[in-house]
Write a protein that binds this ligand. Sequence first.
Ligand code: NDP
Length: 410
Amino acid sequence: MSIHTLIIGAGGVGNVVAFKCAMNAETFGAITLASRTLSKCDAIAANVRANTGVEIATAKIDADDTEALIGLIRQTQADIVINVALPYQDLTIMDACIATGVDYLDTANYEHPDEAKFEYHEQWARDEAFREAGIMGLLGSGFDPGVTNVFIAYAQKHYFDTIETIDILDCNAGDHGYPFATNFNPEINLREVSAKGRYWQRNNNGDGEWIETEPMAIKQVWDYPEIGPRDSYLLYHEEMESLVKNIPGLQRIRFFMTFGESYLMHMKALENVGMLGIEPVEHHGQQIIPIEFLKTLLPDPASLGSRTQGKTNIGIVAHGLKDGQKRTIYIYQVSDHEQCYTEVMSQAVSYTTGVPAMIGAKLMLEKKWYETGVHNMEEFDPDPFMEELNRQGLPWEVMELESPEALRVE
Ligand code: NDP
């Protein structure tokens, strides 16, 4: 049976997914890239053809329109839909997959455009409908969420009887030379970092609770291998929501991301003048949403690739018990922005998201990861995914640490 793959979203991540699926064409078969702006799909298809020799089809789609999606899925005879549009489109695309009986994968959980709040609730609620349709939905198959969940499942499988604490550490030491730009969709990025921080821990009664902090209130300095010490701020991040359910015995989980002083200064100023607002404001008789207008002004993340230098390092520090002994394991992956660009014409943030999206879809098509219903990454055997990471451009390392604080400088 010949396979048909439909990729939705022609941004930075969509570009990487298109390249990587084409580089694994024996698995993905006939590939179609669809997005709101057809010219972006055509430009990516031309680059994919020039670099890999593989021809991919393109289509125009408004992924907010479930009926239009159903039509496109039928027309392309898709066996799987890889959703790398924006989190706002998750539910319409999932509903179209239910209606057509086609497997689904995404890299970010659903967000309502009018409310800066992201959670799995509405996607998990479709679990039964996915089971009834006999299809699988894989949620959050990017890097974080995505590979971080797989790293934790791998630590759990091979290094621990019980994981007690987890710190997820996300460092981007890339420099694009602009005073201010975001490495992926500015709206999603700025909504994420201007939100309150949150981490989870078990209280004295053994009940898990979320502790909220002011945005960027907790700063620690971690020493990232191949990069060095960087200011890292506690943020809420979506993979924690599924991990607290799926890692038994967990006592605490936190997420840290690095930000430079210049980035934070710009962000604070933009926030103070109202440019991060998501409510419409009237301007010369026209309604505009400040953060959408800001997106128009900022460099397109897809254009940063050719000018970004430096590395990313994303990993997890897990601490817990093995055979009654305490131990700490660090699993991490380092990518180089320029190397990523040389391979697929995208910087490392898009690369480290797009490659795992392709790998998740590959394992689903090969039925190595396959269970009907809606699932998160840590529910599956991590080993085949970890092998693919090494094979497909995201090699990782495991390090035994003396303590969970061993990489911390301040
Ligand atoms: P971009 O903004 O670069 O690209 C998004 C693409 O989706 C654009 O091509 C855009 O349209 C298209 N799109 C938006 N709305 C619609 C619509 N209604 N119908 C059809 N297409 C639409 O974002 P990125 O590529 O940087 O990010 C893609 C996804 O990856 C996001 O969901 C983001 O949150 C996620 N992500 C996940 C990470 C992880 O590690 N898990 C890390 C980074 C990102 P158009 O064709 O008009 O340009």
